[in-house]
Design a protein around this ligand. Structure first.
Ligand code: PXP
Length: 240
């Protein structure tokens, strides 16, 4: 199971003062030292945390792999094609949202999605689509040429796991369905030390993207300890 650490919120703290600390590039290097398999950042259209220069610096400094999350905006797709990170994860974006609230709607702007995926894949970048754990959406993703993986949105599970098993069951079914459709399966959003283990135990899931809780915890115990804690929980949940 790969753990990719999302360092967006290191940049959130920096942007609160528009200064040069804390540096997400320095944080990424610490995550790698602590056992992260990759670094994830989301370059949002409103540039509320990660900036273009951060992505450029990460593209040349990351020693594991870089996973760039992006919406389908032209300018950011062009930047991705220029920097050729190992992976891009296409996400929906709404300016007024606090975080990515749901997965992609693959019934809308289909032509644009096909075009973006083709350009990214054509540049040699692995392409993943961030979607809800919905079987029909998985089937739609599987039909888009150039899509290698889907990332299942775990936000609903994270909001409901205390009172219901339904969210976990949906993730299990979706992971199995996507795997059968020939897609690699990733997951993320809202995962924390309290809820990560059942998701990490789903055998088809090969990559987790985790950000907010690790950056939060790093304020208390340091980035290396925060990544190691998550790494140990994930590794302990796997039987393979
Ligand atoms: N995966 C995707 C596609 C995301 O957009 C985010 C949030 O930026 C995450 C994973 C990480 O979510 P969290 O910060 O809640 O761990």
């Amino acid at each position: 199971m790969r753990l990719y650490v999302n360092v967006d919120h290191v940049a959130t703290v920096r942007q609160a003062r528009r200064t040069d600390e804390p540096d997400p590039v320095e944080a990424a290097a610490l995550c790698e030292r602590a056992g992260a398999d990759g670094i994830t950042v989301h370059l949002r259209e409103d540039r509320r945390h990660i900036q273009d220069e951060d992505v450029t610096r990460l593209a040349s400094s990351v020693t594991t792999v870089l996973n760039l999350e992006l919406a389908t905006s032209e300018e950011i797709v062009a930047l991705a094609c220029r920097l050729t990170p190992h992976q891009t994860t296409v996400v929906p974006e709404r300016r007024e949202e606090i975080t990515t609230e749901g997965g992609l709607d693959l019934t809308r702007d289909v032509a644009r999605m096909h075009e973006v995926v083709q350009r990214l894949a054509g540049a040699g970048i692995r392409v993943s689509l961030f979607i809800d754990p919905d079987l029909r959406t998985i089937d739609r993703a599987a039909k888009i040429a150039g899509v290698t993986a889907i990332e299942l949105h775990t936000g609903d599970y994270a909001n409901t796991y205390r009172t219901s098993d339904a969210g976990l069951e949906r993730l299990r079914l979706a992971a199995a369905h996507a795997c059968q459709a020939g897609l690699a399966v990733h997951a993320g959003h809202g995962l924390t030390p309290r809820n990560v283990s059942p998701v990490a135990a789903i055998p088809e899931i090969e990559e987790l993207n985790i950000g907010h809780t690790i950056v939060s915890r790093s304020i208390m115990v340091g980035m290396i300890a925060a990544v190691r804690e998550m790494r140990e929980l994930i590794d302990a949940a796997r039987v393979d």
